[in-house]
Design a protein around this ligand. Sequence first.
Ligand code: PMT
Length: 398
Amino acid sequence: MTEQKTVVLGVTGCIAAYKACEVLRGLQKAGYQVKVIMTKHATEFVGPTTFHALSQFPVGVEMFDEAGDPVPHITRAKEADLFLIAPATANMIAKLAHGIADDLLSSTALACTAPLMIAPAMNEHMWHDTATQDNMRTLRARGVQVVGPATGYLACGDHGDGKLAEVDEIVAAACEALERQLDLAGKNVVITAGPTYEAIDPVRFIGNRSSGKSGYALAREAQLRGAKVTLVAGPTSLEDPYGIEVRHVTSANEMLEATREPFAAADIAIFTAAVADFRPESVAEGKIKKGGKDRLELELVPNPDILKTLAADKGDTFVVGYAAETQNVLQYAKGKLVSKNADLIVANDVSGTLGFGSADNKVWLVSQEGVVELDVMSKEALASAILDAIMDTIDATR
Ligand code: PMT
Protein backbone atom coordinates (compact mmCIF):
# COMPACT_ATOMS: atom_id res chain seq x y z
CA MET A 1 0.00 0.00 0.00
CA THR A 2 1.39 3.44 -0.86
CA GLU A 3 1.89 5.78 2.07
CA GLN A 4 -0.64 8.58 2.46
CA LYS A 5 0.84 11.95 1.51
CA THR A 6 0.78 14.85 3.94
CA VAL A 7 -0.14 18.45 3.27
CA VAL A 8 1.01 20.92 5.89
CA LEU A 9 -1.64 23.64 5.71
CA GLY A 10 -0.60 27.08 6.94
CA VAL A 11 -3.40 29.45 7.90
CA THR A 12 -2.72 33.16 8.38
CA GLY A 13 -4.73 36.01 9.89
CA CYS A 14 -7.32 37.01 7.36
CA ILE A 15 -11.11 36.93 7.13
CA ALA A 16 -10.77 34.14 4.53
CA ALA A 17 -9.22 31.88 7.21
CA TYR A 18 -12.57 30.07 7.57
CA LYS A 19 -12.22 28.88 3.97
CA ALA A 20 -9.10 26.98 5.00
CA CYS A 21 -11.51 24.54 6.71
CA GLU A 22 -13.03 23.75 3.30
CA VAL A 23 -9.58 23.48 1.74
CA LEU A 24 -8.66 20.99 4.45
CA ARG A 25 -11.83 18.97 3.79
CA GLY A 26 -11.21 19.01 0.03
CA LEU A 27 -7.69 17.69 0.47
CA GLN A 28 -8.89 14.96 2.82
CA LYS A 29 -11.57 13.92 0.32
CA ALA A 30 -8.83 13.68 -2.30
CA GLY A 31 -7.03 11.21 -0.03
CA TYR A 32 -4.42 13.35 1.70
CA GLN A 33 -3.58 13.77 5.37
CA VAL A 34 -3.61 17.42 6.47
CA LYS A 35 -1.75 18.93 9.43
CA VAL A 36 -2.40 22.56 10.29
CA ILE A 37 -0.20 25.37 11.54
CA MET A 38 -1.82 28.72 12.33
CA THR A 39 -0.39 32.13 13.01
CA LYS A 40 -1.58 33.78 16.21
CA HIS A 41 -3.55 36.31 14.16
CA ALA A 42 -5.32 33.46 12.34
CA THR A 43 -6.66 32.20 15.68
CA GLU A 44 -8.56 35.51 16.00
CA PHE A 45 -10.66 34.41 13.01
CA VAL A 46 -11.00 30.61 13.52
CA GLY A 47 -10.14 28.62 16.63
CA PRO A 48 -7.43 25.93 16.52
CA THR A 49 -10.01 23.50 17.94
CA THR A 50 -11.91 23.64 14.64
CA PHE A 51 -8.85 22.61 12.65
CA HIS A 52 -7.89 20.03 15.29
CA ALA A 53 -11.32 18.42 15.05
CA LEU A 54 -11.36 18.49 11.24
CA SER A 55 -7.80 17.28 10.73
CA GLN A 56 -7.64 14.97 13.76
CA PHE A 57 -4.13 16.27 14.46
CA PRO A 58 -3.02 18.85 17.02
CA VAL A 59 -2.70 22.33 15.53
CA GLY A 60 0.61 24.15 15.88
CA VAL A 61 0.53 27.83 16.82
CA GLU A 62 3.39 28.51 19.24
CA MET A 63 7.07 27.71 18.70
CA PHE A 64 7.53 26.04 22.06
CA ASP A 65 4.25 24.60 23.30
CA GLU A 66 4.22 21.14 21.72
CA ALA A 67 4.68 18.62 24.51
CA GLY A 68 7.77 16.51 24.09
CA ASP A 69 8.93 18.19 20.87
CA PRO A 70 11.47 21.00 21.29
CA VAL A 71 11.60 21.61 17.50
CA PRO A 72 8.05 21.33 16.14
CA HIS A 73 8.94 23.48 13.11
CA ILE A 74 11.51 20.91 11.98
CA THR A 75 9.20 17.97 12.69
CA ARG A 76 6.32 19.45 10.68
CA ALA A 77 8.68 20.58 7.88
CA LYS A 78 9.91 17.01 7.43
CA GLU A 79 6.37 15.60 7.32
CA ALA A 80 5.24 17.77 4.40
CA ASP A 81 4.87 16.47 0.87
CA LEU A 82 3.39 19.87 0.07
CA PHE A 83 3.45 23.06 2.14
CA LEU A 84 0.29 25.02 1.36
CA ILE A 85 -0.42 28.43 2.90
CA ALA A 86 -4.06 29.40 2.32
CA PRO A 87 -4.91 32.16 2.93
CA ALA A 88 -1.50 33.86 2.74
CA THR A 89 -1.52 37.47 3.97
CA ALA A 90 0.76 40.25 2.67
CA ASN A 91 2.70 39.95 5.94
CA MET A 92 3.33 36.21 5.49
CA ILE A 93 4.29 36.74 1.84
CA ALA A 94 6.83 39.38 2.93
CA LYS A 95 8.27 37.01 5.55
CA LEU A 96 8.58 34.17 3.03
CA ALA A 97 10.29 36.45 0.52
CA HIS A 98 12.84 37.66 3.08
CA GLY A 99 13.44 34.48 5.07
CA ILE A 100 11.98 35.88 8.28
CA ALA A 101 11.25 33.07 10.73
CA ASP A 102 9.66 34.68 13.80
CA ASP A 103 6.77 32.31 14.46
CA LEU A 104 5.96 28.63 13.99
CA LEU A 105 4.47 28.97 10.50
CA SER A 106 7.24 31.09 8.96
CA SER A 107 9.95 28.99 10.68
CA THR A 108 8.42 25.78 9.34
CA ALA A 109 8.22 27.26 5.84
CA LEU A 110 11.91 28.15 5.99
CA ALA A 111 12.86 24.67 7.20
CA CYS A 112 10.70 22.86 4.67
CA THR A 113 12.16 21.41 1.48
CA ALA A 114 8.81 20.26 0.04
CA PRO A 115 7.19 22.37 -2.71
CA LEU A 116 5.59 25.56 -1.37
CA MET A 117 2.22 26.77 -2.66
CA ILE A 118 0.47 29.94 -1.52
CA ALA A 119 -3.02 31.33 -2.04
CA PRO A 120 -2.79 35.08 -1.34
CA ALA A 121 -5.75 36.96 0.17
CA MET A 122 -5.79 40.61 1.19
CA ASN A 123 -7.16 44.06 0.46
CA GLU A 124 -6.72 45.21 -3.14
CA HIS A 125 -4.32 48.06 -2.26
CA MET A 126 -2.17 45.76 -0.15
CA TRP A 127 -2.02 43.29 -3.06
CA HIS A 128 -1.06 45.95 -5.61
CA ASP A 129 1.43 47.66 -3.29
CA THR A 130 4.92 47.66 -4.82
CA ALA A 131 6.36 45.87 -1.80
CA THR A 132 3.88 42.98 -2.10
CA GLN A 133 4.35 42.75 -5.85
CA ASP A 134 8.16 42.73 -5.44
CA ASN A 135 7.83 39.98 -2.84
CA MET A 136 5.56 37.97 -5.14
CA ARG A 137 8.10 38.27 -7.95
CA THR A 138 10.80 36.98 -5.62
CA LEU A 139 8.67 34.01 -4.58
CA ARG A 140 7.59 33.15 -8.13
CA ALA A 141 11.21 33.30 -9.31
CA ARG A 142 12.09 30.81 -6.56
CA GLY A 143 9.52 28.40 -7.91
CA VAL A 144 6.80 29.01 -5.30
CA GLN A 145 3.47 28.05 -6.83
CA VAL A 146 0.76 30.68 -6.56
CA VAL A 147 -3.00 30.18 -6.75
CA GLY A 148 -5.02 33.37 -7.29
CA PRO A 149 -5.86 35.81 -5.94
CA ALA A 150 -9.27 36.26 -7.55
CA THR A 151 -11.16 39.48 -8.21
CA GLY A 152 -14.41 40.20 -6.40
CA TYR A 153 -15.98 41.66 -3.27
CA LEU A 154 -13.46 41.88 -0.46
CA ALA A 155 -14.14 41.73 3.26
CA CYS A 156 -13.46 45.47 3.61
CA GLY A 157 -16.31 46.25 1.20
CA ASP A 158 -14.03 47.12 -1.74
CA HIS A 159 -14.31 45.35 -5.06
CA GLY A 160 -11.04 44.34 -6.70
CA ASP A 161 -8.09 41.97 -6.73
CA GLY A 162 -7.05 40.18 -3.56
CA LYS A 163 -9.89 37.73 -2.93
CA LEU A 164 -8.84 34.21 -1.97
CA ALA A 165 -9.05 31.88 -4.99
CA GLU A 166 -11.98 29.46 -5.04
CA VAL A 167 -11.56 26.53 -2.67
CA ASP A 168 -11.90 24.03 -5.55
CA GLU A 169 -9.16 25.82 -7.48
CA ILE A 170 -6.79 25.69 -4.50
CA VAL A 171 -7.53 22.02 -3.84
CA ALA A 172 -7.09 21.12 -7.54
CA ALA A 173 -3.75 22.96 -7.74
CA ALA A 174 -2.54 21.25 -4.56
CA CYS A 175 -3.59 17.81 -5.82
CA GLU A 176 -1.83 18.44 -9.13
CA ALA A 177 1.37 19.46 -7.33
CA LEU A 178 1.17 16.40 -5.07
CA GLU A 179 0.73 14.04 -8.00
CA ARG A 180 3.26 15.74 -10.24
CA GLN A 181 5.57 13.04 -11.44
CA LEU A 182 9.31 13.46 -11.35
CA ASP A 183 9.41 11.84 -14.78
CA LEU A 184 12.23 14.11 -15.96
CA ALA A 185 14.52 13.33 -13.03
CA GLY A 186 18.09 12.88 -14.22
CA LYS A 187 17.36 14.39 -17.63
CA ASN A 188 19.16 17.39 -19.12
CA VAL A 189 16.87 19.78 -20.93
CA VAL A 190 17.89 22.80 -23.00
CA ILE A 191 15.32 25.37 -24.05
CA THR A 192 15.70 28.44 -26.28
CA ALA A 193 13.27 31.26 -25.53
CA GLY A 194 12.30 34.79 -26.44
CA PRO A 195 13.27 36.87 -29.46
CA THR A 196 16.66 37.71 -30.91
CA TYR A 197 17.70 41.29 -31.59
CA GLU A 198 19.86 41.96 -34.64
CA ALA A 199 21.67 45.27 -34.39
CA ILE A 200 21.32 47.91 -37.13
CA ASP A 201 23.35 50.54 -35.29
CA PRO A 202 24.18 51.11 -31.58
CA VAL A 203 20.55 51.98 -30.74
CA ARG A 204 18.37 50.17 -33.28
CA PHE A 205 17.68 46.53 -33.99
CA ILE A 206 15.49 44.07 -35.90
CA GLY A 207 13.44 42.04 -33.44
CA ASN A 208 10.01 40.53 -32.87
CA ARG A 209 7.23 40.38 -30.28
CA SER A 210 8.17 37.13 -28.53
CA SER A 211 7.91 37.62 -24.75
CA GLY A 212 9.74 34.45 -23.75
CA LYS A 213 6.67 33.28 -21.73
CA SER A 214 6.36 29.95 -23.55
CA GLY A 215 10.01 28.99 -23.12
CA TYR A 216 10.13 30.12 -19.49
CA ALA A 217 6.96 28.16 -18.68
CA LEU A 218 8.52 25.04 -20.23
CA ALA A 219 11.72 25.59 -18.27
CA ARG A 220 9.84 25.88 -14.97
CA GLU A 221 7.66 22.86 -15.66
CA ALA A 222 10.65 20.72 -16.69
CA GLN A 223 12.47 21.76 -13.53
CA LEU A 224 9.43 20.94 -11.35
CA ARG A 225 9.42 17.48 -12.97
CA GLY A 226 13.01 16.91 -11.93
CA ALA A 227 15.06 17.96 -14.98
CA LYS A 228 18.30 19.92 -14.95
CA VAL A 229 17.37 22.82 -17.20
CA THR A 230 19.45 25.28 -19.20
CA LEU A 231 17.52 28.19 -20.63
CA VAL A 232 19.08 30.17 -23.48
CA ALA A 233 17.11 33.39 -23.53
CA GLY A 234 16.97 36.33 -25.88
CA PRO A 235 16.02 39.75 -24.49
CA THR A 236 12.91 39.47 -22.28
CA SER A 237 11.53 41.27 -19.25
CA LEU A 238 10.96 37.99 -17.39
CA GLU A 239 12.73 37.16 -14.11
CA ASP A 240 15.32 34.39 -14.20
CA PRO A 241 13.62 31.32 -12.73
CA TYR A 242 15.26 30.18 -9.51
CA GLY A 243 17.49 27.12 -9.82
CA ILE A 244 17.68 27.22 -13.61
CA GLU A 245 20.85 28.16 -15.46
CA VAL A 246 19.92 31.05 -17.74
CA ARG A 247 22.27 32.05 -20.55
CA HIS A 248 21.31 35.53 -21.71
CA VAL A 249 21.99 36.34 -25.33
CA THR A 250 20.98 39.05 -27.78
CA SER A 251 21.51 37.91 -31.37
CA ALA A 252 20.92 34.66 -33.29
CA ASN A 253 24.66 34.04 -33.58
CA GLU A 254 25.04 34.41 -29.80
CA MET A 255 22.06 32.11 -29.24
CA LEU A 256 23.61 29.44 -31.44
CA GLU A 257 26.94 29.59 -29.60
CA ALA A 258 25.28 29.59 -26.15
CA THR A 259 23.12 26.57 -27.06
CA ARG A 260 25.86 24.33 -28.51
CA GLU A 261 27.31 23.06 -25.22
CA PRO A 262 24.01 22.36 -23.35
CA PHE A 263 22.61 20.80 -26.55
CA ALA A 264 25.51 18.34 -26.70
CA ALA A 265 24.61 17.10 -23.19
CA ALA A 266 20.82 17.32 -23.60
CA ASP A 267 18.32 14.48 -23.48
CA ILE A 268 15.62 16.89 -24.67
CA ALA A 269 16.05 20.17 -26.61
CA ILE A 270 13.12 22.53 -27.14
CA PHE A 271 13.43 25.48 -29.52
CA THR A 272 10.69 27.98 -28.65
CA ALA A 273 12.76 31.06 -29.54
CA ALA A 274 11.60 33.35 -32.31
CA VAL A 275 14.95 33.74 -34.01
CA ALA A 276 15.38 36.50 -36.59
CA ASP A 277 15.94 34.79 -39.93
CA PHE A 278 18.01 37.74 -41.23
CA ARG A 279 20.38 40.33 -39.76
CA PRO A 280 21.88 43.50 -41.22
CA GLU A 281 25.00 42.66 -43.19
CA SER A 282 26.95 45.30 -41.28
CA VAL A 283 26.26 47.22 -38.08
CA ALA A 284 26.74 50.99 -38.38
CA GLU A 285 29.36 52.21 -35.90
CA GLY A 286 27.40 55.32 -34.97
CA LYS A 287 23.69 56.08 -34.87
CA ILE A 288 22.42 56.33 -38.46
CA LYS A 289 21.42 59.95 -39.05
CA LYS A 290 18.29 60.86 -40.95
CA GLY A 291 20.21 63.58 -42.79
CA GLY A 292 18.34 64.52 -45.93
CA LYS A 293 17.59 60.88 -46.84
CA ASP A 294 14.10 60.03 -48.09
CA ARG A 295 14.98 56.34 -48.29
CA LEU A 296 17.23 53.97 -46.37
CA GLU A 297 18.12 50.51 -47.59
CA LEU A 298 19.38 47.81 -45.27
CA GLU A 299 21.25 44.84 -46.72
CA LEU A 300 20.24 41.71 -44.80
CA VAL A 301 22.03 38.38 -44.70
CA PRO A 302 20.62 35.08 -43.39
CA ASN A 303 21.19 34.09 -39.78
CA PRO A 304 22.17 30.54 -38.95
CA ASP A 305 19.20 28.24 -38.35
CA ILE A 306 19.99 27.21 -34.76
CA LEU A 307 17.57 24.30 -34.64
CA LYS A 308 18.57 22.92 -38.02
CA THR A 309 22.31 23.32 -37.36
CA LEU A 310 22.21 21.52 -34.00
CA ALA A 311 19.61 18.87 -34.89
CA ALA A 312 21.70 17.77 -37.89
CA ASP A 313 23.95 16.05 -35.35
CA LYS A 314 21.41 15.25 -32.63
CA GLY A 315 22.34 11.67 -31.73
CA ASP A 316 19.84 10.49 -29.08
CA THR A 317 18.64 13.97 -28.16
CA PHE A 318 14.87 14.36 -28.53
CA VAL A 319 14.44 17.55 -30.55
CA VAL A 320 11.33 19.74 -30.42
CA GLY A 321 10.93 22.67 -32.78
CA TYR A 322 8.17 25.25 -32.98
CA ALA A 323 6.44 26.54 -36.09
CA ALA A 324 4.90 30.01 -36.01
CA GLU A 325 2.64 30.26 -39.05
CA THR A 326 -0.05 32.60 -40.32
CA GLN A 327 -1.43 30.21 -42.96
CA ASN A 328 -1.27 26.50 -43.90
CA VAL A 329 -0.16 25.85 -40.31
CA LEU A 330 -0.09 22.06 -40.42
CA GLN A 331 1.38 21.81 -43.90
CA TYR A 332 4.32 24.09 -43.03
CA ALA A 333 4.79 22.39 -39.64
CA LYS A 334 5.03 18.98 -41.32
CA GLY A 335 7.64 20.42 -43.68
CA LYS A 336 9.69 21.76 -40.73
CA LEU A 337 9.52 18.38 -38.96
CA VAL A 338 11.47 16.91 -41.87
CA SER A 339 13.64 19.85 -43.00
CA LYS A 340 14.85 20.59 -39.45
CA ASN A 341 15.29 16.93 -38.43
CA ALA A 342 12.98 17.40 -35.40
CA ASP A 343 11.14 14.66 -33.51
CA LEU A 344 8.19 16.93 -32.74
CA ILE A 345 6.98 20.30 -34.00
CA VAL A 346 4.72 22.47 -31.83
CA ALA A 347 2.76 24.46 -34.40
CA ASN A 348 0.88 27.65 -33.59
CA ASP A 349 -1.20 30.01 -35.67
CA VAL A 350 0.13 33.51 -34.99
CA SER A 351 -2.21 35.35 -37.37
CA GLY A 352 -4.58 36.40 -34.54
CA THR A 353 -4.18 37.36 -30.90
CA LEU A 354 -2.59 34.10 -29.73
CA GLY A 355 1.11 33.23 -29.85
CA PHE A 356 3.48 36.16 -29.52
CA GLY A 357 3.21 37.75 -26.06
CA SER A 358 -0.20 36.26 -25.16
CA ALA A 359 -0.93 34.51 -21.85
CA ASP A 360 -2.70 31.61 -23.61
CA ASN A 361 -1.94 29.72 -26.78
CA LYS A 362 -3.37 27.00 -29.00
CA VAL A 363 -1.03 24.48 -30.58
CA TRP A 364 -0.95 21.35 -32.71
CA LEU A 365 1.66 18.69 -31.95
CA VAL A 366 3.04 17.39 -35.23
CA SER A 367 5.17 14.23 -35.33
CA GLN A 368 5.73 11.26 -37.64
CA GLU A 369 2.89 9.54 -35.75
CA GLY A 370 0.37 12.23 -36.75
CA VAL A 371 -1.17 15.47 -35.48
CA VAL A 372 -2.64 16.09 -32.03
CA GLU A 373 -4.72 19.25 -31.58
CA LEU A 374 -4.70 20.81 -28.11
CA ASP A 375 -7.31 23.24 -26.72
CA VAL A 376 -6.55 26.88 -26.01
CA MET A 377 -4.91 27.01 -22.60
CA SER A 378 -2.42 28.99 -20.53
CA LYS A 379 1.22 28.70 -21.55
CA GLU A 380 1.88 27.04 -18.16
CA ALA A 381 -0.74 24.35 -18.84
CA LEU A 382 0.62 23.96 -22.37
CA ALA A 383 4.12 23.45 -21.03
CA SER A 384 2.82 20.55 -18.98
CA ALA A 385 0.89 19.06 -21.93
CA ILE A 386 3.89 19.39 -24.26
CA LEU A 387 6.23 17.69 -21.77
CA ASP A 388 3.64 14.91 -21.32
CA ALA A 389 3.61 14.40 -25.10
CA ILE A 390 7.43 14.39 -25.27
CA MET A 391 7.71 11.83 -22.48
CA ASP A 392 4.97 9.64 -24.00
CA THR A 393 6.79 9.64 -27.35
CA ILE A 394 10.16 8.91 -25.75
CA ASP A 395 8.63 6.05 -23.71
CA ALA A 396 6.89 4.61 -26.77
CA THR A 397 9.81 4.78 -29.17
CA ARG A 398 12.96 4.24 -27.10
O1 PMT B 1 7.66 33.96 -26.41
P1 PMT B 1 6.15 34.00 -26.43
O2 PMT B 1 5.59 35.40 -26.34
O3 PMT B 1 5.54 33.05 -25.44
O4 PMT B 1 5.67 33.52 -27.89
C1 PMT B 1 5.75 32.17 -28.24
C2 PMT B 1 6.13 31.99 -29.72
C3 PMT B 1 5.04 32.54 -30.61
C4 PMT B 1 7.45 32.71 -30.00
C5 PMT B 1 6.29 30.44 -29.92
O5 PMT B 1 5.05 29.82 -29.74
C6 PMT B 1 6.81 30.12 -31.32
O6 PMT B 1 6.06 29.94 -32.26
N1 PMT B 1 8.15 30.02 -31.45
C7 PMT B 1 8.84 29.81 -32.76
C8 PMT B 1 8.90 31.11 -33.50
C9 PMT B 1 9.59 30.95 -34.84
O7 PMT B 1 10.56 31.60 -35.05
O8 PMT B 1 9.08 30.03 -35.63
P2 PMT B 1 9.66 29.61 -37.08
O9 PMT B 1 8.55 28.85 -37.69
O10 PMT B 1 10.19 30.80 -37.78
O11 PMT B 1 10.88 28.69 -36.73
C10 PMT B 1 10.79 27.28 -36.70
C11 PMT B 1 11.71 26.71 -35.65
O12 PMT B 1 13.06 26.95 -36.00
C12 PMT B 1 11.54 27.28 -34.24
O13 PMT B 1 11.71 26.23 -33.33
C13 PMT B 1 12.68 28.29 -34.14
O14 PMT B 1 13.13 28.42 -32.78
C14 PMT B 1 13.75 27.65 -34.98
N2 PMT B 1 14.64 28.62 -35.65
C15 PMT B 1 14.15 29.45 -36.59
C16 PMT B 1 15.02 30.30 -37.26
C17 PMT B 1 16.39 30.29 -36.92
N3 PMT B 1 17.23 31.10 -37.53
N4 PMT B 1 16.84 29.46 -35.97
C18 PMT B 1 15.99 28.62 -35.31
O15 PMT B 1 16.41 27.87 -34.44
